[in-house]
Design a protein around this ligand. Structure first.
Ligand code: NAP
Length: 271
C-alpha cells in the first residue's frame, strides 16, 4: 500500500480554508494540505518565524497559495491579524486545519512526575490545546453552515506511553476541547473533529525521546502490520473537511493502522 496516493478530484472545489502547522514537507499539515489542494481547495498557510517562512513559502506556492501569514499562536494580535486578513481577502472560509503542538523536549522523557515544571505545563497546554480553541473561535466567525475544522491528536491522550508525558495531558485537553467546541458550534452547522494519527517521522516526533521506537512499535503491534501513512491521515482529513463528513462532529478518529485497539501484541505469551 505504500505507493498508493489519493486520486485527484473535486471534493474540495469551491472551498477555501487555512492550514496552520506546516514546518516542512514532512509535516502532517503539509500532507493534508497537498491532498486538499489536489481536490480543488484554495488554501492559506501560516508559519512561525522567518526561518520557517523560507521552508513554507515554496510549499505554499507549489499548490498555488496566495496567502502566507506569520502566526505564533501564543500571540492574540497575530491570530486576529491572520483571520482579519482572511475576512478581507476571501470574505469567509470553509475549513481550518490545526496541526500545532509544542513542549520542552527536556520534559518529553523519563518521569512525568519528576520532570514536569509549571512553566512548561502551562506553555504546552497553551500552544497544544488552547490554541485550538483560539483558532477555532476565529475561524467559526468566518464560516457559514457546512464549515469544518480538524486538529491532530495522539493516542497519548488516552493511554500512557513512554516519554509522551505532559504532551499526553495536553492532547487529552485538546480532545475535550474538540467535543466542547463541537457542542457550541454544532447549532451553527459547523463541525469540529480530531484525527488521532499514528506516529509519523516529523520534527515534532524528533522532540520525543524514543520517538523512533514509537514508529517501529506502532508498525509491529498494529493490526495492519504497517506504518501509518500520510495518505491515510490526509484521506481522513479530506473526509472530515469535505461534505462527505457532514454528519460527523465531536469525534476523535484514529488513523493508526489499528494500533489503538490492541491490548496485547501478537506473540506475547498471555497464558
Ligand atoms: P511538525 O511538522 O513539527 O509540526 C508542528 C507544527 O507546530 C510546526 O509547524 C511548529 O512550528 C508548530 N508550532 C509550534 N509552536 C507553535 C506556535 N507557538 N505557534 C505556531 N505554530 C507553532 O510536526 P507534526 O508531527 O506534523 O505535528 C503536527 C500535529 O500533529 C501536532 O499537533 C502533533 O502533536 C500531531 N501529531 C503528530 C504525530 C507524529 O507522530 N508526528 C502523531 C499524532 C499527532 P515550529 O517548527 O516553528 O515550532
Amino acid at each position: 500500500m505504500s505507493d498508493w496516493t489519493l486520486p485527484k478530484g473535486d471534493l474540495m472545489a469551491g472551498k477555501r480554508g487555512i492550514v496552520m502547522g506546516v514546518a516542512n514537507d514532512k509535516s502532517i499539515a503539509w500532507g493534508i494540505a497537498s491532498q486538499l489542494a489536489a481536490q480543488g481547495a484554495e488554501i492559506a498557510f501560516t508559519f512561525q518565524g522567518e526561518a520557517l517562512e523560507k521552508r513554507v513559502r515554496p510549499l505554499a506556492e507549489s499548490v498555488g497559495s496566495q496567502i502566507l501569514l506569520e502566526c505564533d499562536v501564543t500571540n492574540d494580535a497575530q491570530l486576529d491579524a491572520v483571520f482579519d486578513r482572511l475576512k478581507t481577502v476571501w470574505g469567509g472560509i470553509d475549513f481550518l486545519v490545526h496541526a500545532i503542538a509544542f513542549s520542552d523536549k527536556n520534559e518529553l522523557k523519563g518521569s512525568f512526575v519528576e520532570n514536569t515544571t509549571r512553566e512548561n505545563f502551562l506553555r504546552t497546554m497553551d500552544i497544544s490545546a488552547f490554541s485550538w480553541v483560539a483558532c477555532g473561535k476565529r475561524a467559526a466567525a468566518l464560516m457559514k453552515p457546512g464549515g469544518s475544522m480538524v486538529t491532530l491528536t495522539y493516542l497519548g491522550a488516552e493511554r500512557v506511553l513512554p516519554s509522551y508525558n505532559v504532551m499526553g495531558v495536553a492532547k487529552a485537553a485538546l480532545e475535550a476541547c474538540t467535543r466542547y467546541m463541537a457542542r457550541d458550534l454544532g447549532p451553527s452547522g459547523l463541525r469540529v473533529n480530531a484525527i488521532s494519527a499514528g506516529p509519523m517521522r516529523t520534527l515534532a516526533l524528533a522532540g520525543i525521546q524514543g520517538g523512533r521506537g514509537l514508529v517501529s512499535t506502532g508498525r509491529e503491534w498494529s493490526l495492519m502490520k504497517e506504518d501509518t501513512s500520510m495518505e491515510g491521515i490526509a484521506g481522513c482529513a479530506l473526509w472530515l473537511l469535505s461534505d462527505l463528513g457532514r454528519s460527523t462532529t465531536g469525534e476523535v478518529v484514529h488513523v493508526d493502522a489499528g494500533f489503538h485497539v490492541v491490548g496485547l501484541p501478537e506473540g506475547v505469551d498471555a497464558g
